[in-house]
Write a protein that binds this ligand. Structure first.
Ligand code: NZQ
Ligand code: ZN
Length: 387
């Protein structure tokens, strides 16, 4: 087992109606709040009005219109400007992972005198960040329980995972009923995202029985409950379990003591959504089985065999290669069964920029050091197989 140093300072408040505790949480900070949200879903579900009601007496400045794959310009820059102009004390992010990620970058940028891109691109280490409280309305990223935000910069085709312990939310409110209105498409993308977060921590060199069990249980739970959420969007029990599973996905708790995988599917997908603005979870679902096929060899075989037996219940008496190949096929079939488009062409990506994207990934993502090292040529092959 590897050494580790771990702390997650975020308070999770989970369950039906927990938003009523918002005033007592916000009372710890000053009176000036930056309320961040996306394109309007929080208004449709009545959450926006509820928040304003609960926070009467506060000075609330709003930043709306944060898009999926949140953009540095204008959203992060506008948020930083508003924080500075209004001397904001705390950010309240209400929405999906994109709103929260954008808010994390704003929180750091608001406490920095230079260009916030210096922080996101790791040129400068942030010295402080505003506190963040969030009400998450979409189960997927786990941003509500991790220290990262993923920010896109359109003109350079960059999509950077910006991580800093300063960015952990102070408190995250998780009410599964707010996810009842998430579309089937976004629910499926959320399932794929959280499953891939788990796989990125499972397919490693050095793992423990403890973590393997945790990951396998995550994957089974996400498939069973995820499917129920799609079939019956108001199934509280399924939405609740999916929400909690997603929350565990990205804060390293599934892999403490494991060696690192290098998060190869995320490295590849972030370029796809940077270049083509596709939905993150869909990109991951397309890449994952092709990546699995590409890295299956004598060395990685035992991991795939374990995955096949413990996650999909494949007969352990079969030949090991057969188990591994069936496991990859089952992975593909599951994503297909929840109606995720399983080819890049279906999400508007052809072969014209594969070389350029593979080069970008090879230069920026360090995947030659991944659990199964990937060269630029390997990335070209995975992308081509995904077309
Ligand atoms: O903008 P609004 O109107 O709010 O609509 C959103 C958006 O169109 C909608 N939505 C959210 N909650 C809803 C809802 N619609 C109906 N009812 C609700 N309750 O869903 C759409 C997608 O929202 P978005 O926030 O983009 O989705 P998600 O939570 O999947 O976030 C994706 C982003 O997170 C990044 C991804 O790369 C992507 O940019 N990631 C962040 C991570 C992290 N911070 O740890 C890790 C992940 O690997 C991922 O990279
Ligand atoms: Zn992800």
């Amino acid at each position: 087992m590897q050494n580790f140093d771990y702390k997650t300072p975020t308070r999770l408040i989970f369950g039906k109606g927990v938003v009523e505790k918002l005033p007592s949480v916000m009372a710890q900070f000053g009176k000036k709040i930056l309320l961040t949200y996306g394109g309007g879903s929080i208004k449709k579900i009545g959450l926006y009005q509820k928040v304003l009601e609960l926070l009467k007496g506060y000075e609330i400045v709003e930043l709306s219109g944060i898009q999926p794959n949140p953009k540095y310009d204008p959203s992060v820059l506008d948020g930083v400007r508003l924080c500075k102009e209004h001397n904001i004390d705390v950010i309240l992010a209400v929405g999906g992972g994109s709103v929260l990620d954008c808010s994390k970058a704003i929180a750091a940028g608001a406490c920095y005198d230079g260009d916030p891109w210096d922080l996101i691109s790791y040129k400068v280490k942030a010295q402080a960040a505003l506190p963040i409280v969030d009400i998450i309305t979409l189960a997927a990223t786990g941003s509500e329980y991790d220290s990262g935000g993923v920010i896109s910069r359109t003109e350079t085709n960059d999509k950077i995972g910006y991580l800093d312990p300063l960015l952990y939310p102070h408190t995250s409110f998780l009410d599964p009923t707010y996810t009842f209105t998430v579309s089937k498409k976004q629910t499926a993308a959320g399932i794929a995202d959280a499953m891939n977060h788990t796989m990125e921590q499972y397919f490693v060199e050095d793992a423990t029985l403890l973590n393997d069990g945790f990951c396998e249980s995550m994957l089974r739970s996400l498939m069973v409950n995820g499917r129920k959420c799609i079939e019956n969007p108001e199934d509280y029990t399924a939405r609740a379990e999916m929400m909690l599973a997603c929350t565990y996905g990205c804060n390293r708790i599934l892999s403490l003591g494991n060696s690192q995988s290098g998060w190869p599917c995320h490295g590849i997908e972030h370029a796809l959504s940077a270049y083509y603005d596709i939905t993150h979870g869909e990109g991951l679902a397309i890449i994952t089985p092709r990546w699995m096929k590409h890295i299956l060899n004598e060395r990685t075989l035992p991991r795939f065999v374990k995955y096949g037996i413990n996650v999909f219940g494949i007969d352990a008496n079969l030949d090991k290669w057969e188990i591994a190949n069936k496991a990859i096929e089952e992975t593909y079939k599951f994503f297909e069964s929840i109606n995720i488009p399983m080819h890049l062409r279906e999400v508007g990506i052809d072969d014209s920029r594969i070389g350029e994207m593979a080069h970008h990934i090879a230069v920026n993502e360090g995947l030659e050091n991944a659990y199964a090292p990937l060269t630029e040529q390997d990335i070209v092959e995975i992308l081509t197989a995904s077309l």
